[in-house]
Design a protein around this ligand. Structure first.
Ligand code: NAD
Length: 253
């Protein structure tokens, strides 16, 4: 795809969880489309590592790394203010940071459940609350949340994860209605099983079994999801808001 196709040239794009996996593929995809990218990670070391890889690829890429605590609303607001000074008002926010979970119900403690919900849900809301004022002031914007195939089918163990992703779908559809009049589109992408570190950490037998049942006969690649982000962020999707786009090879889990 070229910059003219996606209309993302010079757009300011913030991507959380941009240091690896789906997020890192998205960072690269938006940079290749000519966007200016603020890449978020959870730690300085992982941000530095991702930045080094990008600079090796193209030292002129307009990209900067940040690692605010996404669960701290004020820290998020501060870093967005910094990005706006550096690059200008945020045009596109991609809430991608997330953690999966497979804990059986009776092994949950309060802290663990809330931790998954904080990272997967509250962080996304904090990011949205931080970017919307200037999107509103600048006449519009684009927000994309990362859901999951578990938001359609749930899963057998680790109830916090599907709970958080069902919440993401609800947040997406509600905010599409609330922010539509401000020309802010809000969508989500629901990946199937994507070949990233998060999947590699799961039980391999479980993954092999699931992959064999995917009609398209393969796991998804991070780039498959990055392409969906590009589409939803572009003017090609100018009348799409409040949708949860499945990118899952037609899997049913
Ligand atoms: P990953 O584990 O490879 O990367 C996760 C990213 O989130 C990392 O960049 C990490 O820094 C960031 N992150 C995690 N905890 C954080 C925290 N506390 N604070 C800040 N950043 C944090 O995962 P991935 O597979 O690339 O997943 C990305 C998104 O896609 C997640 O929201 C995940 O739920 C969703 N997803 C993934 C799959 C899959 O099969 N990989 C399937 C469905 C949905």
């Amino acid at each position: 795809m070229s910059g003219t196709f996606t209309s993302l040239q010079d757009k300011v794009v913030v991507i959380t969880g941009g240091t690896r996996g789906i997020g890192f593929a998205a960072v690269k995809a938006f940079l290749k489309e000519g966007a200016k990218v603020a890449l978020f990670g959870s730690r300085q070391e992982t941000v530095d590592k991702a930045m080094t890889k990008l600079m090796e690829e193209n030292s002129d890429y307009p990209v900067k790394g940040y690692h605010p605590d996404l669960t701290d609303a004020q820290a998020v607001r501060d870093v967005i203010a910094e990005i706006e000074k550096e690059f200008g008002s945020v045009d596109v926010l991609i809430n991608n940071a997330g953690v999966s979970d497979a804990t059986p119900l009776l092994q949950y403690d309060d802290e663990h459940f809330h931790n998954v919900m904080d990272i997967n849900v509250s962080s996304a809301l904090n990011m949205i609350r931080a970017v919307v004022p200037s999107m509103k002031e600048h006449g519009g914007g684009n927000i994309i949340n990362t859901s999951s195939v578990v938001s359609l089918y749930a899963q057998k163990s680790g109830v916090a994860y599907p709970t958080s992703k069902f919440a993401i779908n609800g947040m997406t559809k509600s905010l599409a209605r609330e922010l539509g009049p401000m020309h802010i589109r809000v969508n989500a992408v629901a990946p199937g099983i994507i070949a990233t570190d998060m999947v590699a950490a799961l039980d391999q037998k479980l993954i092999a079994g699931m992959a064999a049942g995917i009609p398209m006969q393969r796991l998804g690649e991070p780039e498959d999801i990055a392409n969906a982000f590009l589409f939803l962020a572009s003017d090609l999707a100018s009348y799409i808001s409040g949708t949860v786009l499945s990118v899952d090879g037609a899997i049913i889990i």
